[in-house]
Ligand binder design. Structure first.
Ligand SMILES: NC(=O)c1ccc[n+]([C@@H]2O[C@H](COP(=O)([O-])OP(=O)(O)OC[C@H]3O[C@@H](n4cnc5c(N)ncnc54)[C@H](OP(=O)(O)O)[C@@H]3O)[C@@H](O)[C@H]2O)c1
Length: 304
């Protein structure tokens, strides 16, 4: 296996931290590009996406860029200003990378970007989505579609471009799992909204291994769904957490109108879901480390 020199953007986040550990373990060289310089052993470079400026020395010797940067979808309520930030932190950061790659001497050949299953939109029809499915029309689908359009421009440079449409990442270090686990632990857990909405989850270690699969297999290009082997309903997911924690679930479902009242439009993230297929990445040779939700929850919740 050829050792790669990889620059990761947004590497201080949930996925970037774990992915850095995995890439180093596999013998690759890693450096980071973020909004502030970080101390430590990993070389760290700075960019300012709003001002379209970046330290071009970040690209010296780099052959692969992994682009993860983006303002957190669920970090704050979706005001108009926040919605703009969610979009531009992705499209403008990609445009900055494109312009810098175009206008400097560099050896980058391969660009792998995070995308999201939000691309397919909030499912209302119970469909199974694969990489050929059309993009959705809601706000997040529109953000993801525009983000992917900005990524696809890099093909013209020319670069080998791959996009991983990431599902709901399960980790013991943050992200979506903790807010689902805490109420169950405190005996106040219950399914949300109809409970029927499908959650396309993925264990963070499988996601990192998928990124490595894309780094190391040079023929893989285009979009891949970064989801687990199967999706489950919100109700079944909540029950699986309760079983793992040996807690009862006795409260009624939390109604959708209440979630909307508390969270505003962002409640759509919880009220709706989608069933997204990982067949394409499996057909490319990827084998899951965690084949069931139960194995994933056991691995993550037993550590707590
Ligand atoms: N976690 C999930 O469940 C999930 C699901 C689907 C898709 N994704 C996508 O995968 C990517 C990585 O996810 P993650 O969970 O690791 O996210 P995260 O923990 O929120 O980290 C994202 C990183 O992006 C950078 N960032 C934040 N706001 C920014 C802004 N306004 N402009 C430029 N950079 C900014 C930050 O790095 P610096 O501070 O170092 O600049 C931050 O650590 C994201 O694009 C996310 O949308 C994640």
């Amino acid at each position: 296996m050829t050792k790669k020199n990889i620059l990761i953007t947004g590497a201080s986040g949930l996925i970037g931290k774990r992915l850095t550990e995995f890439l180093l373990q596999k013998g690759h060289n890693v450096s980071h590009l973020g909004r502030s310089a970080k101390k430590g052993e990993i070389p760290s470079f700075v960019w300012n996406v709003e001002q379209m400026q970046m330290d071009v020395s970040a690209l010296k010797g780099i052959d692969t860029v992994i682009h993860l940067a983006g303002a957190g979808i669920a970090d704050k309520r979706w005001s108009e200003k926040r919605k703009q930030e969610i979009l531009e932190s992705r499209t403008q950061s990609t445009a900055l990378l494109e312009a810098t790659l175009k206008n400097t001497n560099n050896e980058v050949k391969h660009f792998i970007s995070a995308s999201a299953i939000g691309y397919y939109g909030f499912d209302l029809k119970g469909e199974l989505y694969d990489e050929q499915s059309a993009p959705g029309t809601d706000y997040l689908a529109s953000v993801t579609r525009q983000w992917e359009e900005s990524i696809d421009k890099l093909i013209e440079l020319p670069l080998r471009v791959a996009k991983l449409r990431i599902g709901i990442v399960l980790s013991d270090k943050g992200g979506a799992l903790e807010p689902m686990v805490v109420p169950v632990k405190l005996f106040v857990g219950s399914p949300l909204a109809s409970g029927k909405q499908m959650l396309s989850w993925i264990h963070i270690d499988d996601l990192c291994n998928m990124f490595i699969h894309l780094v190391e297999n040079e023929s893989l290009q285009g979009a891949y769904n970064g989801t687990g082997p199967y999706a489950v309903s919100n109700e079944d997911f909540t029950k699986a957490i309760a079983r793992q924690l040996k807690r009862p679930l006795f409260l009624p479902k939390v109604p959708a109108f209440f979630l909307k009242l508390v969270l505003g439009e962002m409640a759509n993230l919880i009220i709706y879901g989608s069933d997204v297929s990982s067949k394409k990445i499996q057909a490319s040779g990827y084998q899951f480390q965690f084949n069931t939700l139960e194995e994933s929850l056991q691995n993550l919740l037993d550590k707590k």
